[in-house]
Design a binder for this molecule. Structure first.
Ligand code: GRF
Length: 209
């Protein structure tokens, strides 16, 4: 369970989900602080969004390390140095090994543009179109060693239209992503949940039933 409300946001690209988190905090819909934004790509557009919001940025390229584990350990050390309590992956295009996963137990979350467990990995929206599903959506989940497979925190659905392309479906899902990520972060930070098997169970929900 997250111990503090200091977020570390990891990006590789444009950072629209990062922006949604920045906006949610500014509008007091989310009680948190972004302690640092880390990108593995120096030209990631999200770095400018962070700088504009006055947030510290770090570029840590994944190239040139002796092993994936060494890179993972460097990431953990950057995050720990800033007392990060919850790590939010927001379009961070890297897989992690155990040094990273074990560095933040149940405190790394990811956003994925499909209703997991359907369509993990790259091009989730195109996968949904190719499969012919009539609804897709977004999933925010805890990160485990298996790709896009950890316990699910929040999902939102989006209809798939007959005339959708990968771009139009992705754009419609992205709107829901921007609502789902701050919602999931708030849920995790507020506590009162536990993980049973694959299920994230909220005590408040249990009490209300
Ligand atoms: C989003 O679709 C997210 O679900 C996926 O990567 C994309 C990142 O977009 N993991 P952005 O950089 O947040 O705009």
């Amino acid at each position: 369970m997250a111990t503090n409300r200091r977020l570390g946001v990891l990006i590789s690209g444009r950072g629209s989900n990062l922006q949604a988190i920045i906006d949610a905090i500014a509008e007091r819909r989310l009680d948190a602080t972004i302690a640092v934004v880390i990108s593995n790509q120096e030209n990631a557009g999200g770095l400018d969004r962070a700088r504009r919001a006055g947030i510290e940025t770090v570029t840590l390229s994944h190239r040139g390390w002796a092993s994936r584990d060494d890179y993972d350990r460097a990431l953990v050390s950057e995050l720990r140095r800033r007392d990060v309590g919850l790590v939010c992956l927001a379009g961070f295009m890297r897989k992690f090994g155990t040094p990273f996963i074990d560095g933040f137990p149940n405190a790394i979350i990811n956003i994925h543009p499909s209703l997991l467990p359907s369509f993990p990995g790259l091009h989730a929206q195109q996968q949904a179109l190719d499969h012919g599903v009539k609804a897709s959506g977004v999933t925010v989940h805890f990160v485990t060693a298996d790709l896009d497979a950890g316990p699910i925190i929040v999902q939102r659905t989006v209809p798939v239209r007959d005339d959708d392309t990968e771009e139009t479906l992705a754009a419609r899902i992205l709107i829901e992503e921007h609502a789902a990520y701050p919602e999931a972060i708030a849920l995790v930070l507020d506590g009162g949940w536990r993980i049973e098997g694959r299920r994230v169970i909220r005590s408040t929900t249990a009490a209300a039933v």
